[in-house]
Ligand binder design. Sequence first.
Ligand code: FRU
Length: 466
Amino acid sequence: MNDPNGLVYLDGEYHLFYQHFPDSTVWGPMHWGHAVSNDLVSWQHLPIALYPDSLGYIFSGSAVVDHNNTSGLGRDGKPPLVALFTHHDPIGERSGSKTFQTQSIAYSNDEGRTWTKYAANPVLQNPGKKDFRDPKVIWDESRAQWVMTLAVYDRAEFYTSPNLIDWTYSGQFGIPGDDRLWECPDLFPIQVQGSEETKWILITSIQKGAPNGGTATSYFIGTFDGNQFIGDVSDQRWLDYGTDDYAFVTWSNLPASLDRRIGIGWMSNWDYAQVVPTNPWRSAMTLPRELKLYKTPTRYEIRTTPAPNLSELILSSQKMQPTRIRNEVILVDQPNRPLVHRIQLTLDRPEEGSVWVRLSNQSDEFLDVGFDQDKNEYYIDRTHAGAGDFYEGFASKHTGEIEIRNLCEMDIWIDHSSVELFADEGRCVMTELFFPSTPFDNVTLMADRDSVFVISNVISELRSIW
Ligand code: FRU
């Protein structure tokens, strides 16, 4: 699997569709796989929702509830669920044509259980652009129109529609002179915390040259004028500094969605997604995450935290007393039992040097998640974390920026082969995969200079989501 698709909330259910090739662990003819959850914590697999057809593979896209039945696809007075996706025609691609990606729709009249493709697909023809995909559609309440954001090579393009079927080009946003490929955009309004002010966020995933290599998800903050997003092209931010959070997009139709934005990313990187040593599965999603917009004295910024319900996964917790530590303290030691834990650490920033949490195993492998005061950055170092020879550069150290603060806060979610760091209340997020030869079964807190004051530390064991 790869990207999350068609994220939509309906009647108490969070739908998660995703790019899926059921016949192999490498990428192939894409389908939309389907899972649902009542709480974003426990998930149930459902049958494949969309299969490839004569127009091509089913690439990424979104889903909306058409409350006013603008499309006319509702039934018995009930609004339809409408999925909007890219048809990718592999024959057209091989023939050298430039018009092999078009936008199509499908609808469901039974809460997403079965889907019918619209008879007159595609609804948006390709104007002659090789990369023309991943429609993310929202209802623009104040102008009573649908807005589609598309990834078109090195930028986003916008289209508007009264009915999800007839689309008109309305504008674009990109970084002049920057030809990195954009994919999986998202556009939405969000209220600034503690104020009535609303800004618009344009998320875009970048397919090459992300801060720590390969692919990653970025965002811009700006406004929307009814036709296009307007923002500062020189202020591209990273939603996640780690190597393994791509194609992050958000749920539509959440109740009170203006002050609630929840999304999920694909936990991998196109640099090595197809060769990571997992069997028989390949790829997973990140934890679902909540985005909030804050205004600081100097700027607006998104802070990302794990979706609130996830604390339901906690089986048991231990709290450490505030203490001054030197060198190292063992936090978890459970020989040969894989770590599935959450570690919530709050420390005084060290005066100098680094402080980190080390996951390790009986095979002398380890992974460090830490903070470097000298460089003022968070980091994940998977240089010695096990398998890495499947991709040159996989076994390396990655860093994330942060502003100067007095405290150092790390909320670390550990699974068998992934770690998600939400640092400084979501100001710096890093998601990374790792593949130790035997399970990591020990967590130790370490510091390289003098001593560190631990203000609080909660260590929780987590249960499975299945
Ligand atoms: C992003 C992406 C999308 C495309 C899909 C194909 O990971 O390349 O642009 O729709 O994956 O699977």
